[in-house]
Design a protein around this ligand. Structure first.
Ligand SMILES: Nc1nc2c(ncn2[C@@H]2O[C@H](COP(=O)(O)OP(=O)(O)O)[C@@H](O)[C@H]2O)c(=O)[nH]1
Ligand SMILES: [Mg+2]
Length: 393
């Protein structure tokens, strides 16, 4: 009898322990949901109910029942704000290269098919020209490319598809200016943090790019501080701050409608005080009047440079806007000294030729490309990889 009771007790204990293990392991796998990219400010605040804890902020995700610690749980995992570990920069190019091929492959295939025709008559060359123009390569670069290809194909005489691919590869690469210095300068030659200012028209992807860039830098072990100098909408600073919080980077911000220059000034000042490695400044890009823009950005720059010179001024352009992007580029280049271009949304357009056109327009390299809305969908621009994505390796 005693043995039976003992057996029952042991069985209960064992089952209980197993149950705890299963719950425990399930709980461990359950990662907290990532914070939203931008808080929805249009949603009305949830109304408090009887029994709610007064101090619980209403806009924070509620803990689910599985996240509540069991009484016997020895390993108590914190479930509040969890800092993400960004994807290292090294591995991501492979993934993003595939995405680039998907969006840009049609252009290369179209060109190769045309070049493979038995008779390369005037009509065919015109079609090649049209294909390049449609992809936003721009008039001048298109004419140069066609002229050089015509010449080299003539010299070649009989031609194999491999030879044609080789020719096209070389000529496209030349147009992309492979020897441009595409380093994003996030380090200062002085004893101050590197200072990067991000400019561009609203909606092009400035804040997103600033957030993505912060992640890359944090992944590289840098201490990053963000400056929310887009004070036009409160949501803009919230959006930047959310990006920063995900990787543990602080955002310096001010009141809505405040002076962007003073926030930029404070961000750099605090960056110097806390020994930050890099200060990233996100700006507003209202293009209502050029003088307004010029005043605002010019002032931000002047004021920041009371501390230290800007190390990088990145112009963000939306690749899907085509020639309109060139017009924007021209305006911004008149206002500030652009040192690098970020071409966003290349995942959403086949018009990758804009890379060629915009570098030509400004004489400034495309340094980074955006290939999606995901947090790690930002890649350094590499001309070789770009051409390979276009025409296949
Ligand atoms: N598909 C895609 N969307 C992007 C990319 N970069 C930014 N976006 C989206 O573009 C929209 C505007 O971005 P935002 O950073 O707010 O632009 P800002 O007004 O210039 O600061 C957002 O919905 C972003 O998710 C990109 O590389 N690819
Ligand atoms: Mg923004």
């Amino acid at each position: 009898m005693e043995i039976v009771i003992l057996a029952v007790v042991i069985a209960v204990v064992v089952i209980g322990a197993l149950g705890g293990l299963v719950v425990g392991s399930r709980r461990r796998k359950q990662l907290p949901p990532p914070p939203p990219a931008a808080p929805d400010i249009t949603a009305p605040p949830a109304e408090p109910h009887i029994g709610d804890e007064a101090e619980t902020p209403r806009d924070e995700p509620r803990r689910t029942i599985e996240e509540v610690d069991l009484p016997d749980a020895s390993a108590t995992a914190p479930v509040e704000v969890e800092v993400e570990v960004p994807e290292p920069t090294a591995g991501r190019l492979v993934r993003l290269r595939a995405r680039l091929s998907r969006s840009q492959n049609a252009l290369g295939k179209g060109l190769l098919t045309l070049l493979a025709r038995e008779h390369l008559d005037d009509d065919t060359w015109e079609e090649i020209e049209d294909t390049l123009l449609t992809a936003d390569v721009g008039v001048q670069p298109t004419q140069e490319l066609v002229e050089r290809l015509r010449e080299r194909v003539k010299v070649l005489g009989t031609r194999t598809p491999e030879e044609l691919r080789g020719l096209l590869r070389e000529e496209l690469l030349t147009l992309l200016v492979p020897d441009f210095d595409r380093t994003v300068h996030t380090e200062s030659p002085l004893d101050t943090p590197g200072i990067v200012m991000v400019v561009g028209v609203n909606g092009t992807g400035k804040t997103t790019t600033t957030g993505k860039l912060a992640r890359v830098l944090v992944a590289d072990g840098k201490h990053v501080l963000l400056g929310a100098a887009d004070t036009f909408r409160a949501a803009a600073a919230d959006q930047l701050q959310t990006w920063g919080e995900r990787v543990g980077a602080r955002t310096v911000r001010g009141p809505e409608g405040g002076d962007p220059a003073s926030i930029a000034f404070d961000a750099v000042k605090e960056g110097i005080q806390e020994g930050a490695d890099v200060v990233l400044i996100d700006t507003a890009g209202r293009l209502h009047t050029k003088t307004g823009l010029m005043d605002e950005l010019g002032k931000v720059k002047r004021v920041v440079e009371k501390h230290a010179p800007l190390d990088e001024v990145l112009l963000v352009l939306d690749a899907t806007t085509g020639q309109n992007g060139l017009v924007q580029a021209r305006v911004f280049a008149e206002v500030v000294n652009i040192t690098g271009i970020v071409l966003t949304k290349l995942d959403g357009t086949a018009k990758g030729g804009i890379v060629i056109a915009v570098q030509r327009e400004l004489g400034v390299p495309v340094k980074l490309i955006g290939l999606g809305e995901g947090a790690d969908d930002l890649a350094p621009f590499e001309p070789e990889a770009f051409v390979d994505a276009l025409i296949g390796e």
